[in-house]
Design a protein around this ligand. Structure first.
Ligand code: ATP
Ligand code: MG
Length: 319
């Protein structure tokens, strides 16, 4: 098949989380070629997409558009246009991307159907900002933007932190109840139209100073040399060690997949509080798919090679 790997337009001075898209795009194209497809890369320019596709005649688009101008909340424009143009594409559709790129909005939907997610508080009213620890995070960007050791604060500091982050990074900032406990990042893959939960990854915080909040912050994700990155270690095997917890997490993954009408692949991020109760932090449809990404690690753990994973996503897109 002729597969166009469509990616966000990434300037050379873009931050590492954006450069990661290009790493992924090259690896995806190579994997497709290794499976006998024709594959080539192109950046996404909304106004030129239709004429470009008319010329290039792709059978299917591998969608790696994570935003426009570094703004993740605009990622839905690519699948919206691809749908209008009528070309099949990999991954989740525009509506699900709009909802999931707005964290408070997706949390409201989770709550509405009784799925567990931590309490939260939003500007301008900051209702329900009761005593205790909160994490201040961006409502409409991902990649742990702005999440460092100072992101976890007491209630009386939330608004100051939110204002400082908005001034520095732009966007809307809100507060979520900080959940002390364990962290899981769980990949769901579409197979034959149905969600299939891959081996569950726990992120361990190794040799972590007691005073440092146990979060997978920006440095842990994007600065490989940092102590935060070296001390966060992925571990599999929950299904054998703790089958009951694994069953609960699988159920929550499948419910979230259905709620947000995901397609292709998604990663659901969880905390499991010290009382053993899992809560959903967020759903990432179209999660990062560079060779070092969490979903690739989960696929490998399930016995799927990188090329199997990529080829499988194309097959689901044209099914
Ligand atoms: N309520 C919370 N309690 C404890 N830790 C949290 C909470 N919210 C976020 N974190 C920590 O911050 C990390 C990033 O948060 P979250 O997944 O909500 O944001 P993101 O920036 O969209 O991440 P991603 O890169 O996965 O898209 C989590 O993996 C977790 O370690
Ligand atoms: Mg996350």
């Amino acid at each position: 098949m002729k597969v166009l790997v469509l990616h966000s337009d990434i300037p050379p001075d873009a931050p590492p989380e954006d450069q990661d898209t290009l790493v992924a795009a090259k690896a995806v194209a190579q994997a497709l070629i290794s499976r006998g497809h024709q594959a080539w890369l192109a950046p996404f320019f909304p106004t030129r997409l239709r004429s470009f596709l008319n010329r290039e005649k792709a059978d299917v688009v591998f969608n790696l558009v994570e935003g426009i101008d570094g703004k993740g909340c605009l990622a839905h424009l690519a699948p919206r246009l691809l749908e209008q143009i009528g070309v099949p594409y990999t991954g989740t559709g525009p509506d699900a991307l709009i909802v999931t790129s707005d964290k408070p909005r997706s949390k409201r939907l989770l709550r509405d159907i009784g799925l567990p997610t931590p309490d939260w508080s939003e500007p301008p009213s900051w209702d329900d900002l009761t005593a205790g620890r909160w994490i201040v995070k961006c409502a409409d960007e991902d990649a742990s933007l702005g999440l460092d050791d100072d992101a976890v604060v007491e209630a009386d500091t939330v608004q100051v932190r939110a204002q400082a982050c908005a001034a520095r990074y732009g966007g809307r900032w809100f507060a979520e109840r900080y959940v002390e406990g364990r962290e899981f990042n769980i990949t769901v893959l579409e197979r034959g139209g149905a969600p299939h939960v891959l081996p569950m990854a726990e992120m361990l915080f190794e040799s972590w100073p007691a005073a440092r909040p146990r979060i997978v912050g920006y440095d842990a994700k994007w600065d490989d040399a940092s102590i935060h990155s070296r001390s966060t270690v992925r571990r599999f095997g929950l299904e054998h060690r703790e089958p009951q917890l694994a069953r609960e997490l699988r159920f929550l993954c499948e419910e979230s997949w259905d709620l947000f009408q995901c397609r292709g692949a998604a990663r659901v991020d969880f905390r499991v509080a010290t009382d053993g109760q899992p809560v959903i932090l967020e759903i990432n449809p179209n999660p990062g798919i560079a060779p070092d990404a969490g979903i690739v690690a989960a696929a490998l753990e399930a016995g799927l090679s990188y090329a199997d994973l990529i080829d499988g996503l194309v097959r689901e897109a044209i099914r």
